[in-house]
Design a protein around this ligand. Structure first.
Ligand code: HEC
Length: 178
């Protein structure tokens, strides 16, 4: 199947390549022993599905240099419209300790899987931190959160309202003896 959004091409002019200089400016260099683990966790935890343009629609075939730059596709539901942020910039501007604190108390709006972050060990969180920083900072435009009463301007995935209680079928009670 062909999808209209080709991964990366629209982002090319917006990206800043990772340079040793940019890295030095950001502080601590990534720890190579954690980077590989972080790459693995980021992949299996599905962070790219939302935070990397085109990733979910192209079976993950997006070059790593375009990973986690955030997306302009919004997720609209009862919470308003949210946009998966630019994690490359985010991690570049936050200390490792701040990240651990933030992830422990993660309570983002849907569909960001905050429980996944809260369930990770410190080691996992550190690995993700070091991996994303190893990709270098990237510039990309991610729209700001739009409250529920306002209309977003760009493309959105619309989440249906949850069904009312009355329309949800109730499961039959377990048969006696099971
Ligand atoms: C189903 C889509 C989805 C997936 C999967 C996802 N995110 Fe998100 N993420 C979002 C959205 C949407 C937001 C914005 C939430 C808000 O506005 O409250 C967000 C926000 C964030 C933020 C805050 C960014 C900022 O600029 O403040 C962080 C950090 C983050 N995600 C990390 C991750 C990590 C790490 C993973 C993988 C474990 C992940 N996300 C997986 C959708 C997703």
């Amino acid at each position: 199947m062909k999808y209209p959004r080709s991964a990366g091409s629209c982002l090319l002019p917006l990206l800043l390549a990772a340079s040793p200089l940019a890295m030095a400016a950001a502080g601590k260099a990534p720890d190579p022993s954690l980077v590989e683990r972080g790459r693995y966790l980021t992949t299996v935890a599905g962070c790219n599905d939302c935070h990397t343009p085109g990733y979910a629609l192209n079976d993950g075939k997006v070059a790593e240099r375009y990973w986690l730059v955030g997306d302009q596709v919004g997720y609209r539901g009862a919470w308003g419209t949210t946009y998966p942020g630019n994690l490359r910039r985010y991690f570049n501007n936050i200390s490792e300790e701040e990240w651990l604190r933030t992830a422990r108390g993660a309570n983002y709006r849907p569909p960001m899987p905050s429980p996944a972050l809260r369930a990770m060990t410190d080691e996992d969180l550190r690995a993700i931190y070091h991996f994303v920083r190893s990709l270098g900072p990237a510039m990309s435009l991610v729209p700001a959160y739009v409250p529920p009463e306002q209309q977003p301007t760009g493309p959105v995935v619309i989440f249906p309202m949850p069904p009312t209680r009355a329309s949800v079928p109730t499961a039959p009670p377990p048969a006696a003896g099971l």
